[in-house]
Design a protein around this ligand. Structure first.
Ligand SMILES: Cc1ncc(COP(=O)(O)O)c(C=O)c1O
Length: 284
């Protein structure tokens, strides 16, 4: 954000959001306006409305689909419409494609750079964290608008050093020799998703199974909704030894929801569901 905007500029960010998408622009001194997250047409309408009623006019829109925390997925037509809007209104789109390789049941998340004309108005980030299970290695890249990419490279040359060389070499070898690995990772997450969603359905907790990401996002089941997400999650840590993320941690629009992370194996997920069943006796 430091290379894109100046203090006082505005950025549009979907809400709820991965917290850094909100705090990145704030750290750069910008005003952040929300786009209430929705799917398809409704999101586009929300985006246009947020843009129209913002002053100063937002110069950047942050996007990230498949989406953390809501698991919202989009198609290429959606990306094209957002790109067309950006071209028409002189806005730069920053697409965080952290879940580029995590799509289920045949769904393949599109890159926003597949949209016509995207290269002029888009930068897209890809990280090895999820696709190659390399969390913490901090290897990622950004592609798209050449001027923005060059500005980031310059800023980083002032701010930090290159990644530790053995990690660079490991990442290079991985890209060259393990191109199929994300498919294996994807399958593991899909099986975990199935275990979680089937298990929860058996105990009376229904949710829309996610089509992408490594999360499941759900409204708090009705009998417990009034507790709010923080109290509900605290209850589950105490009574079920299961940690969920309270939706409110992802900013406006997240309250009333919780996020499951599919980071445990299927056996542990089944155990977690059994514990949840005992801790939530009011479920059907
Ligand atoms: C949307 C999104 N972007 C980026 C990241 C983090 O990626 P990295 O490990 O490359 O910093 C995450 C991880 O949770 C994420 O959900």
């Amino acid at each position: 954000m430091w290379v894109l905007l100046e203090p006082g500029d505005a950025a549009l960010v979907p809400a709820p959001s991965y917290p850094i998408h909100i705090f990145g622009p704030l750290f750069a001194g910008e005003n952040v306006r929300e786009i209430p997250l929705a799917t398809g047409d409704e999101f586009i309408e929300n985006m246009i409305e947020a843009w129209r009623f913002s002053h100063p006019k937002p110069r950047v829109i942050v996007l990230s689909f498949p989406h953390n925390p809501t698991t919202t997925c989009v198609d290429l037509e959606f990306m094209q419409r957002v790109v067309d809007f950006a071209r028409e209104h002189d806005v730069l789109l920053v697409h965080d494609n952290a879940y580029a390789d995590l799509g289920f049941d045949g769904y393949v998340p599109p890159s926003i750079l597949q949209a016509e004309g995207a290269k002029e108005v888009v930068v897209e980030l890809y990280s090895m964290t999820k696709s190659f299970s390399m969390a913490g290695w901090r290897v990622a890249f950004m592609v798209g608008n050449a001027e923005v990419v060059a500005a980031l490279a310059k800023l980083k040359s002032y701010l930090d050093y290159g990644t530790f060389q053995p990690i660079q070499i490991a990442a290079t070898v991985t890209f060259n020799e393990a191109t199929d690995f994300p498919r294996e990772v994807n399958e593991i997450y899909q099986h975990r998703r199935d275990s979680l969603c089937h298990g929860l359905s058996r105990i009376g907790w229904e949710m829309e199974p996610p089509r992408g990401t490594m999360f499941a996002w759900s409204a708090i089941p009705e009998p417990y909704r009034e507790m709010g997400s923080v109290e509900f999650c605290s209850h589950l840590v105490r009574e079920a030894n299961v940690a969920l993320s309270p939706g409110v941690g992802s900013g406006p629009g997240g309250e009333g929801h919780v996020r499951f992370a599919l980071i445990e194996n299927e056996q542990r997920i089944n155990q977690a569901v059994r514990n949840l069943s005992k801790a939530l006796p009011a479920l059907a």
